[in-house]
Design a binder for this molecule. Structure first.
Ligand SMILES: CC(C)(COP(=O)(O)OP(=O)(O)OC[C@H]1O[C@@H](n2cnc3c(N)ncnc32)[C@H](O)[C@@H]1OP(=O)(O)O)[C@@H](O)C(=O)NCCC(=O)NCCS
Length: 182
């Protein structure tokens, strides 16, 4: 299995449609934590919903327009990183992340995000990596800050979730900033 070590016991690996049952079980176990900020925190908790989400990313990856990787800790799927949006012609993409609550606070997502950003800039020639999070999602904005991103503004009431519209912080880092800020 192709894998990239993040720490002594954590690794970053491809997350593919055949792993839907494992992904669904992970999302179901972390549902309360994930659904607070992720639209798929509920839908991907079933085998069918997980398979649909992973297939969407597999199709996007085949077109060169997206990617999802999982973070395994001690052999158990505990989170991941993904390119939710990929616009090669405009040189832009958007990174997203999640973790099971037990895996929070160890720097796993910051490490995995660095791998993703490095790949986007160096291998794919992307110019700008974006990060969007609800203004109330302090842990998410802390990751963007830790990655050296700039908070560029707030998209007012841009994110409807469970019947509430949240303001969204837009963060980004440019390829020219990456070597110095990483
Ligand atoms: C967003 C989310 C992934 C952030 O998780 P996180 O664990 O805070 O982020 P990281 O993995 O980067 O870890 C950072 C924490 O590990 C600590 N840490 C330890 N070693 C570290 C290292 N080598 N490098 C960076 N941070 C390290 C940091 O101090 C920080 O802890 P603190 O906030 O208590 O100070 C998590 O809160 C989550 O899954 N939320 C629900 C889903 C979600 O909101 N997704 C984003 C939608 S926009």
């Amino acid at each position: 299995m192709l894998s990239l070590p993040l720490t002594d016991d954590a690794e970053l690996r491809a997350l593919e449609p055949w792993q839907a049952p494992e992904f669904a079980a992970h999302v179901a176990a972390a549902r309360e934590h994930l659904m607070e900020w992720l639209p798929w925190g509920t839908s991907a908790a079933s085998d069918e919903g997980a398979a649909q989400l992973l297939q969407r990313y597999a199709d996007a990856q085949a077109r060169g327009e997206g990617r999802i990787l999982g973070i395994w800790v001690g052999g158990k799927l505990m989170g991941g990183v993904l390119f939710r949006v990929w616009e090669q012609s405009r040189g832009m993409c958007e990174l997203g992340v999640w973790l099971a609550p037990e895996a929070v606070g160890r720097g796993l997502v910051t490490r995995a995000s660095r791998v993703m950003i490095e790949w986007a800039f160096r291998e794919r020639g992307i110019h700008r990596v974006e990060w969007r999070c609800a203004t109330g999602n302090a842990r998410s904005s802390a990751v963007a800050r830790r990655l050296g991103m700039t908070r560029e503004g707030v998209l007012r009431e841009a994110f409807p979730l469970h019947g509430v519209r949240h303001d969204v912080e837009l963060w980004a880092i440019l390829a020219s900033e990456w070597p110095t800020r990483r």
